[in-house]
Design a protein around this ligand. Structure first.
Ligand code: SAM
Length: 231
């Protein structure tokens, strides 16, 4: 399957393994990952955030309950909410999550946004688990037609050492562990190049008290709700 589907499947497998109840996808674009995750029975709260309202609206109605959901109500409650806003800004609606995913997001951030990102995601949102994926620039010579970046909107693409040192810094600063993996293995003989997509999986070291950790912190709302579905 194409790499973007492998990335969604990677998250779905993680969800099936760790059974998070509250999951947020930052930079959710057309909500494809959220749509896949709504079928995971363990999830009770699903949230999406993107800075581009139009891309979120394209297919968001797929997140609405279907007639069958009303005819055969399930035991679980599920609330799906989409927010328009930036990962460079804090909003209390992102507190108390078990898993936050950032798939192919960071390379789209301006330098000032990227600088704020660790404090917002790890420091403020502080979910039990964070997954971040980004292109591995060392793989680019193996991709036909890629000159500088894989996509014109990318602000940077990191090699393995750059991504890993950034991720290790964030982890140690905010008390997380981090493990590296990836998708899209290099051809035999070129193993040093690493995966086409590099992935960091972070886990919060300090225990979950059951209560959102930062609920005390007074924070203004900075995101705008553009969609909400209650199952
Ligand atoms: N995560 C999706 C996926 O894997 O298919 C989409 C990734 S797309 C390449 C990057 C997304 O990040 C875009 O939808 C873009 O609008 C969004 N984005 C860029 N800067 C952002 C920011 N500061 N805050 C939130 N989303 C942002």
């Amino acid at each position: 399957p194409p790499l973007y589907k492998q990335r969604y499947q990677f998250i779905k497998d993680l969800v099936n393994k760790y059974k998070p109840k509250k999951v947020a996808d930052l930079g959710c674009a057309d909500c494809s990952l959220l749509w896949m995750l709504k079928f995971c029975k363990c999830i009770e709260v699903l949230a999406g955030l993107d800075i581009c309202e139009n891309v979120m609206k394209e297919k968001m109605h797929r997140l609405s309950p279907l007639p069958g959901d009303y005819l055969q109500p399930s035991e679980r409650t599920l609330i799906v909410t989409l927010y328009h806003g930036s990962v460079a800004q804090k909003d209390p609606c992102m507190l108390g999550f078990d898993l936050i995913t950032c798939i192919e997001l960071i390379e789209h951030l301006e330098a000032t946004e990227l600088e704020k990102f660790p404090e917002v995601v790890f420091g403020f949102m502080a979910p039990a688990m964070v997954v971040i994926s980004t292109p591995n620039s060392e793989f680019n010579p193996l991709l036909p037609g890629v000159t500088l970046f894989r996509h014109p909107d990318h602000k940077f693409e990191w090699d393995q050492a750059q991504f890993q040192s950034w991720a290790l810094d964030a982890a140690s600063c905010y008390d997380y562990t981090v493990e590296f993996t990836g998708l899209g293995a290099p051809p035999p003989g070129t193993e040093d190049v690493g995966f086409c997509t590099q992935i960091a999986v972070f886990r919060r070291k300090y225990p979950n008290t059951g209560e959102p950790i930062n609920l005390e912190k007074p924070t203004e709302n900075s995101y705008r709700t553009i969609f909400k579905a209650v199952y």
